[in-house]
Design a protein around this ligand. Structure first.
Ligand code: MSP
Length: 588
């Protein structure tokens, strides 16, 4: 605390943004003088995530973002994955008692959208309105608790984009140049020749070229445009990643970005001539150019926080959210988020995000889902068939950060049957069985000092579970969290069977033991359900209602062995319910 007060007094910084409130342009001057970047790092510490931690962040909300989605095609299950992942972490931090911001929205400019609108015979904005609404409907249907839904065609976003452009220009990081290269409309990116491969169309015999990284077609393009001095940031990006070895998750992606930096960075085209691209934000002061769509799109993460924070009081700035605590992205857009984006921020003297979480992809038939291949899974249909929480659970249980996962309805049905109905549902039914617990009361909590030998393994698992889940979530590994939870549930079910409570209920001498067996079953259900809340918000609320766990007993501090029904346990009523996970069948 002492150091943060000191920092705040000495430096006129926006408490959360890490931005110098007094303009100073040493970087610009130095570059003009031809200095190397290593000599012009007056506020380099600001770019490290540690600098942000040094500032007074007591009230800073946890800010997590999803990528903003292209509106050239309707959403598929892969898009939903990015959103559920971010929502799960937002809810987890709320459960821990922190205020949280979750932003999502749509990326509406660029050639890709311009071409898609022309193909659909619509004005660009008509296509954007239509598809953006579809994404928003999806996120509403999937219970994504976003706090801001941003569209890059909104006026507030144009203000933010103009400001960042002006700052970069003023600081000498943007210049006008000539550009020749391979451009992919699908990726909205230029590629150097070394990243491009020639192919031959088997049917027509015609030659074409693709980007090796994404497999998308590229075309040779020559044009005059504005360029960003990305090359000047190689050292600082390297330093940022070296000093913050967990800035990018998973580790393999962190190493991948470090290796890109080792091979050096070229300057980046950040505008397209209006003759080629009309659908975008005009370059401030030069209408003949339109902003490069990635520069426009990435800035959305600042727009959401109210950037350029002009009419905000210090206390408002302190809770604006920036820097983001976590930015969720698919592995295909890592370069844009882990190289270009932090470089833009450094150039504007803004703090970089604390973490970038790159997830793997969903495939179908082992191929990445894409409209052109025709193997996309409609998330609306999937949720109708299996229920929203089942799909959320399946995505978080099977879709990881490292390996791609192959989507299959049979597998969704399998997880539902085996884990949700067969394990969690079964344990709930056992916990709420009227035959075993006719009084519907919470059984007496057994002493933790004298655990029955049969319950020892389960007791240990229950004690360890919150820590395991916490660790998994700190590493953004939902698959590890669900694994730990279901491992405990399996033990709870196995122990229940082993203890044969249906025999104990018939034996007056077995009364005390029955109470203990029921208590462990109920406590295991309670704990598992509490920890599953961020992933399955609706089903877990229903289960907790059934167990008569009050709304103010559902937070992280209650996710501990023995922390349920703490007050007036005698007055609670456990409700025998209809099966929480009725039978479903996968449609063929
Ligand atoms: N508009 C850009 C992002 C700009 S962010 C400033 C974009 N849009 S996208 O619609 O193509 O992709 C959005 C997100 O969906 C990305 O995180 C991407 O990785 C994710 N997915 C797209 N297809 C996917 C799968 N098949 N599987 C999992 N996620 C995938 O890129």
């Amino acid at each position: 605390m002492a150091s943060s007060t000191f920092l705040l007094r000495r430096l006129p910084l926006c408490a959360q943004t890490g931005r110098l409130s007094r303009p100073s342009y040493p970087a610009f001057t130095a570059l003009q003088q031809g200095w190397s970047r290593t000599h012009i790092r007056p506020s380099a510490s600001l770019y490290s995530t540690h600098a942000a931690a040094d500032l007074d962040q007591t009230n800073k909300p946890y800010y997590i973002t999803t990528p903003i989605f292209y509106v050239n095609a309707v959403p598929h299950i892969g898009h939903l994955h990015s959103a559920v992942l971010a929502d799960t972490f937002k809810r987890f931090h709320e459960m821990k008692g922190r205020k949280a911001i979750l932003s999502t929205g749509t990326d509406e400019h660029g050639l890709k959208i311009q071409q898609a609108a022309a193909q659909a015979g619509l004005k660009e904005i008509e296509l954007c309105d239509k598809v953006s609404k579809r994404f928003q409907d999806l996120f509403d249907a999937a219970n994504i608790s976003y706090t801001t839904y941003i569209r890059t065609t909104e006026p507030r976003h144009a203000v933010a984009v103009k400001k960042i452009w002006d700052d970069l220009l003023e600081r000498g990081y943007i210049y006008k140049g000539h550009h020749e290269g391979w451009y992919s409309v699908s990726d909205e990116a230029f590629y150097p020749s070394t990243h491009v491969e020639e192919k031959i169309n088997e049917k027509t015999g015609e030659k074409y070229h693709i980007a090796i990284e994404t497999g998308k077609e590229v075309e040779w393009t020559t044009e005059e445009n504005y360029k960003f001095k990305l090359s000047a940031f190689t050292d600082r990006l390297t330093e940022w990643l070296d000093n913050n070895p967990e800035a990018i998750l998973p580790k393999s992606r962190h190493l991948e970005v470090q290796s890109w930096l080792k091979s050096g960075l070229s300057d980046l085209s950040v505008s397209r001539p209006r003759s080629r691209l009309t659908w975008g934000i005009p370059i401030p002061g030069d209408d003949s150019h339109v902003m490069y769509v990635w520069m426009d799109a990435l800035t959305n993460y600042l727009t959401v926080t109210g950037y350029p924070w002009k009419n905000m009081s210090d206390s408002q700035k302190a809770v604006c959210g920036w820097p983001a605590d976590a930015q969720v992205v698919g592995k295909d857009i890592l370069r844009f988020h882990a190289v270009y984006w932090p470089a833009f921020l450094m150039a504007a003297d803004l703090a970089v995000p604390k973490k970038i979480v790159a997830h793997a992809h969903w495939t179908q038939g082992k191929m990445k889902m894409s409209k052109s291949i025709g193997n996309v899974v409609d998330p609306f249909t999937a949720m109708q068939e299996f229920g929203t929480d089942t799909i959320r659970f399946y995505l978080m249980n099977d879709g990881g950060l490292i390996d791609d996962a192959d989507y299959s309805s049979e597998l969704v049905a399998g997880r539902y049957k085996k884990l949700l109905a067969g394990q969690l549902g079964n344990l709930l039914n056992r916990s709420t069985s009227v035959a075993l617990n006719p009084s519907n009361k919470v059984p007496k909590q057994p002493s933790a000092d004298n655990v029955h030998p049969d319950d020892k393994v389960l007791h240990k698992k229950l004690e360890a579970l919150p820590g395991l889940v916490d660790e998994a979530m700190a590493n953004y590994r939902t698959t590890h969290a669900t694994q730990a939870i279901f491992d405990m549930i399996a033990e709870a079910n196995a122990n229940f069977t082993h203890c044969e409570p249906w025999k104990l209920v018939k034996d007056p001498a077995g009364h005390d033991r029955l109470q203990t067996v029921l208590w462990y079953a109920m406590e295991s259900t309670r704990l598992a359900t509490l920890l599953l809340q961020p992933i399955m918000p609706t089903k877990t609320a229903e289960i907790l209602d059934q167990l008569d766990i009050r709304k103010d007993e559902r937070s992280w501090e209650h996710a501990r062995l023995g922390q349920g029904w703490v007050k007036d346990a005698e007055s609670r009523k456990i409700l025998p319910g209809t099966p929480m996970f009725p039978q479903v069948k996968a449609k063929k």
